[in-house]
Design a protein around this ligand. Sequence first.
Ligand SMILES: [Zn+2]
Length: 446
Amino acid sequence: MNLVSFSLKTKGVHNFTRRLWTVFTRFGYSETQTRRALHTVVDALGQYNGAPTFFIPAVVLRRHPALLQEIAHCGAEIGIHGYIHNDYRTLSEKEQHEQTKRATLVFQKTSIPYEGFRNPYLGWTEESIDAFASLDFTYDSNEAILHDVIDLNDLSLLLRSGYEKSLALFQAMPCNAYTLRPHFEGKLLRIPTSIPDDEMLFDRLRITDPKEVGRIWNRIMQRVYDLGGTYTLNMHPERALLCQKALHTLLSFAQAQPLPVWLASLKDIAQWWKERSQFKLDFTPLATDRWQVVATCTPRATLLARHLVVEGRPTSAWCGIDSRVQADHFIVAAGQCPCIALSPETPQEVFDFLHKQGYPVVYSSRDKASGYALYLDMPEGLGTIREEQVRRCSAMVQQIENLEAPLLRFGCWPDGSKAALAISGDIDSVTVQDFFLRIIEVYHYK
Ligand SMILES: [Zn+2]
């Protein structure tokens, strides 16, 4: 699908004409306007010791290498947003691989380091995941988590149908404690992104009041904080100046939370999850209600405990029933072993999943089930269809997070943080010329 058919399909003729008009107001014929927008985002995050992640199609990078080098030099992370701005769902597996490879070559030639990929229109497929993994990407940021912050009853029928079309186009997923966390598929880390994005708010729902946009973003941040996930905000730099106030509102709201919100670039998140995936907890029984615990982890780990006593080591209050343990060798006293046990029939994939989510897990026979915080018997495993896997993983994470039993586990984020916030943006075009070249490029590569 190309830009014209995409826009007509989801916005209608009237909105598409409106969009064309905004192109001339948001982009210039030179790089000046986009340069100012990119620096605005970099500077805003710099005030909070953070850095943004921008994604750009390789052909656009090739036309503006010095600008992107300048932005990267200021600390921003640059990721790949396709070779051209097309929808991978219209490409074969071979074409996806070829175009992704081609994009990496342009980045390498321009000496811009990259680790991540975000598809135009978030249009990823199972084949895209294989292509990213085989081309050694560290992460992708495509799974669109829908935050239910818009009251559809307040919308006119026209706006509502446009909004619903874009949810379908972005393959929106439900929001819960599991879907808000990154997860590994093989070596590739999948970092969720959030919708509605700025484009949906401004151009489809006509919500342009910076105060209202800030309020919506804060509501999403609050929910992500409560669930302990990541809020990957997607804000196109072409709207950076319009969103400047809302961005400051969000950043100061995140900073004002009782526990830290980790402001990170997506590559920092990917690096952290790789580090965290090596963590593990080992329990050696000393008596029926005491265990020697060895935590294999780095000093950044957020080790959390509930419903147990850590002997001889200070713990600090964290959130709700959880407290934070800052030691790697210690003894715990508890009514049950503070770990999750699996029946012998439960496949290894469930064990691996729980381990990567930060939970201590062992295999145990059924007759010892009551000796553990939770005993799971899942001979059917995680399921074969993606939707089924997401459903089962979500249910498991929710069950464990709500557990009223002794439990030790690794929190999702480093240094005691409760949630993460990543500010990302897709640089679809730098100039007016780029915007119109997109249409030609997509036709040319059909
Ligand atoms: Zn894009």
